[in-house]
Design a protein around this ligand. Structure first.
Ligand SMILES: [Zn+2]
Length: 63
């Protein structure tokens, strides 16, 4: 299970957690990570809206 640390505005949409953080260049980005066992899906997005959309439409590859 991926751990989300040093993130702000963490929210959960289904099995997916999303949170804002700054990347190594100081830019704000939003990461979405699925917490389902054996799924391991995660991605970073330039906007929170994109991350929320991805979280909402995410389908686990392992069921
Ligand atoms: Zn998943």
């Amino acid at each position: 299970m991926p751990r989300i640390e040093r993130f702000s505005n963490v929210a959960r949409i289904g099995p997916v957690e999303i949170g804002d953080h700054r990347d190594r260049h100081g830019r704000r980005e939003t990461v979405a990570a699925c917490t389902a066992p054996r799924c391991g899906w995660s991605n970073s997005y330039a906007t929170r809206a994109a991350a929320e959309l991805a979280a909402r439409t995410h389908t686990c590859t392992t069921r």
